[in-house]
Design a binder for this molecule. Structure first.
Ligand code: BGC
Length: 377
């Protein structure tokens, strides 16, 4: 017990330095294959001065590989992915690494009313709408890789314009995501969107992490800290009730870092079948990037610290992973990875008590998420 506390207590000392992005390099785009519809998929690689590597594919603007050093400086890929475009198109792909949207997470019964008009969306997570729809959700479309003079050397920008009515959502929306790999071993994700009609937007990155290396068996012995005293309780279909409740006295109390195992084992009996909950980030302030969560693997001593300017973080312990084969022949068993999805609250478009996800013409949606990697000494 004491060891555990000491091990994680030292995590607090790991500093966060923003925006250092000098020494790295960019390469690509290189061919990654073709979709079944014949569209080409490309890959871009970022390498920082410490040798940390992040690879992205244009389908879904997805993080496809992330090589991170452990306590001995040994690199391993810590995110789930596939070797080829066919893998990403198959139903083994459960939103691996992608930009998720237009509205990540659930919209109750697949409908919402905006400025007096009702919009109907695909019900793809019965009885609700999940992660932006079926065919043209942001994870399934091809994004355009872009390099701009003003962008850091070790970065890549992806752009995609979603047309009015796509997946049932109103407005032509121009989306951008800028990924920067800094020399402080941070992967910084900056999203932007503008629209010509009022429309709900809620983007996130859906990377599945296993800090012992993707394909390692369970993530339940990873230690988790969440900077949240409160969460949004849900009904049995994982739609928030609208209440904000205390984590204290529930299996969602990660205010002290500890292994996820016991909490998840309690939650298996619930409709979430593990961790699949939205936490209310304690220090959230609009426009300010604050600490959201920390995840540590005691074996490799890799530590991931998550910062964001969003009000919530959905933490999902890969409860529906099903033993599918992924990158490098690895098997992805149930709960062998965890997603740390910074975002607005689920179903916010139907819940007046939650921060509004509605973007209007003339406004810009902005969202920053930083995945900062270090090792615990
Ligand atoms: C959701 C889960 C869902 C998963 C799909 C997560 O963001 O919270 O409920 O099953 O995505 O991969």
């Amino acid at each position: 017990m004491m060891m555990r506390v000491l091990w994680f207590a030292s995590l607090a000392l790991c500093s966060f330095a923003a925006n250092a992005s000098g020494g790295g390099k960019f390469s690509g785009p290189a061919a990654f294959g073709k979709t079944s519809g014949g569209e080409k998929v490309e890959m871009v690689t970022l390498t920082n001065k410490n040798g940390m590597v992040a690879k992205f594919i244009t389908r879904g603007a997805a993080l496809a590989e992330l090589q991170v050093p452990d306590k001995d400086g040994k690199l391993a890929n810590v995110v789930l992915g596939f070797d080829n475009a066919a893998g990403y198109e198959s139903d083994a792909n459960q939103y691996f690494g992608c930009v998720t949207g237009r509205v990540a997470n659930r919209i109750a019964k697949g409908k919402f009313t905006l400025d007096g008009k009702e919009y109907k969306l695909a019900i793809n997570n019965d009885p609700n709408h999940l992660h932006g729809g079926v065919k043209k959700s942001l994870d399934k479309v091809i994004w355009l890789p872009e390099r701009r003079k003003e962008d850091p050397a070790c970065s890549i920008r992806f752009a995609y314009t979603s047309v009015d009515g796509e997946e049932g959502y109103p407005g032509n929306v121009a989306f951008q995501v800028l990924y920067t790999l800094t020399d402080d071993n941070e992967l910084k994700i900056e999203y932007m969107a503008t629209t010509d009609k009022a429309t709900p937007i809620n983007l996130t990155n859906h990377s599945y992490f296993n800090l012992a290396g993707a394909g390692s068996d369970s993530v339940l012995d990873h230690k988790l800290f969440v900077s949240a005293d409160k969460y949004t309780p849900t009904d049995d279909t994982l739609i928030p009730t609208g209440k904000i409740a205390d984590v204290k006295g529930t299996p969602l109390d990660f205010t002290e870092p500890h292994p996820m195992r016991q909490n998840v084992e309690t939650l298996i009996k619930t409709s979430a079948i593990g961790l699949d909950h939205n936490f209310v980030i304690k220090d959230h302030q609009k426009g300010k990037v604050v600490l959201a969560a920390k995840l540590g693997d005691p074996g490799s001593r890799r530590l991931l610290t998550v910062y964001t300017d969003q009000p919530g973080i959905q933490i999902y312990t890969g409860n529906y992973l099903k033993g599918q084969k992924g990158k490098d022949g690895k098997t992805y068993n149930q709960r062998s990875a965890v997603c740390l999805e910074t975002q607005n609250f689920p179903n916010a478009v139907n819940e007046p008590a939650f921060p509004s996800p509605v973007l209007r013409p003339g406004e810009t949606y902005r969202h920053t998420c930083i995945f900062a990697f270090s090792v615990v000494k």
